[in-house]
Design a protein around this ligand. Sequence first.
Ligand SMILES: Nc1ncnc2c1ncn2[C@@H]1O[C@H](COP(=O)(O)OP(=O)(O)OP(=O)(O)O)[C@@H](O)[C@H]1O
Length: 576
Amino acid sequence: MPGSLGTLLSYARPHRPVLLSTLALTLLASACGLAQPLVAQDVLTALGTGAGVAGPIAMLAGLLLAGAALTGATSWLQQRTSESVVRDVRKGLVFRLIRLRVPELDRRPPGDLIARVTSDSTLLQSAATEGLIMVVNGALTLVGAIVLMGTLHLGLLGVTLLVLLGVAAVLTLVLPRIRQAVARAQESVGAIGATLDRTLGAARTVKANGAEDRETALAEGAVDEAYRAGLVGARYAAIVSVVSGASIQGAFLAVLGFGGMLVASGGLSVAALIAFLLYVFFLAGPIASLIGGASKMQQGLGAVGRIEEVRDMPIEDDVAALVALPDGVPPPAIELRDVRFSYPGRDPALKGVSFVVPGGTQTALVGLSGAGKTTMFALLQRFYDPSDGMVLLAGQDVSTLTRAEVRRRIAYVEQDAPAMAGTIRENLLYAAPDAGPDDIAEALRVTCLDQLVDGLADGLDTPVGPRGVTLSGGERQRLAIARALLRKPQVLLLDEATAQLDARNEQALRDAVTQAAQRCTVILIAHRLSTVTEVDQIVVLEHGIVRARGTHRSLVDDDELYRELASTQLLADAME
Ligand SMILES: Nc1ncnc2c1ncn2[C@@H]1O[C@H](COP(=O)(O)OP(=O)(O)OP(=O)(O)O)[C@@H](O)[C@H]1O
């Protein structure tokens, strides 16, 4: 989706003062260039008449030096401004992307979103500043040159303008096509990013399935598409450069022919013809500037559309809550009241779910895969809002609270919890920067991570990831639990790891949750028997509805699905 010129100009607007100064300096530099043929004419005339040439030559040298110095200064100012434009755009994009609403993130591949910050913004870099200045400077200098040429000879000017009008007509047709080609190429660059992001994110699966060739072909498809779009753009760019080059030569020949006739008939002096021809050559600069700037702006417009799309994507920008929950209260109750929810284009994931979790108690959610357990966690944290019904936290409808307010009270431990960039300490203090050494030691102890940390040369300051320690899935989840405990949340949502833990770790995990439960309300997606036997309440979900509720004992007696789950999913070890 190519963007509009107005939007492109809006990126330059905050830099108006410096852009105007740059333009003024550029025009001065051009004026130095413009004056040179006139002074050269003086030199020639002086040579012809035998008058002193030292003055005009010194003037010519001065103009040359001043022109060079001004060109250097404008180039620096221009580059600096274009770097600022791209920095501002990137910061704006990063800010929005990190805050995009979850449904928006579901719809778009991360690789494509990332390409908008990296590659699209680069195209904007020169368009919004350099391109703009080149066009304005080119246009003004062209007008200046035309006026001066008019003072030399109107007839010759008419010949020149005729050639230039032809050039303008061709460019009007060609330039918009550059914009379309760039937009297509950028779409493909986004697709390359999206494909690679998905492939590298699932690198082990790709390798284990020997699917390198298939994934390579997919990425190469997008690469080829970018290449084809690039070629289309290159073709039009080549037409532009041929036309702009040929225009000067055409004008030169036309002026030479017509001017030669005039000189022969005595209607024009040789010095005036030479000066006029120098102006024709001088025109090459402003014309190249005008055309180059217009091409740059067209390229930028090809990217602006994709950048603007991000600006239109909704972000989580709650400003103020309608109500505020008091702090320091006992663990809050949680209630789902006839909650219904569907993902776009899918059958309902929750079809009227109601249950209450009293404050300070532990509830386990069990159910077959796809029953809606994770979706329920997502609604509790306002990643999505229910299509109908209500989620209540401490008696308050969460849709009346800001997302930040809701999430501040809730710690969420995903089943496949990712470790964040940084050291183990930074991971632990991610949401509780003020936690002290004693709290950290305690969190490590209850999650049985103390031995792991003690065994590392740099201890807590060991980076997690490629340049430090690589953690197993179970260790990552325990790190996430330690992080959650350090936050001292009012509500703990825990999606238990499905992988079997050894007996020591399983007990440690239970202890950690039990300890947390003294301070908060806990809801777990349960995958183990040891969990369900100890919780206050179990909610059995099936196809988005609550099928049964009770304790382990009562459900084993009363609910067939639960009995089946208990003997299969929840655990093999119960049967041993
Ligand atoms: N982001 C999503 N977009 C579209 N559909 C989704 C999304 N997440 C889940 N679903 C669908 O919603 C339904 C409920 O999924 P959910 O993840 O809540 O189940 P679950 O009980 O947590 O399953 P599991 O135990 O396998 O994690 C499923 O049919 C699933 O395919």
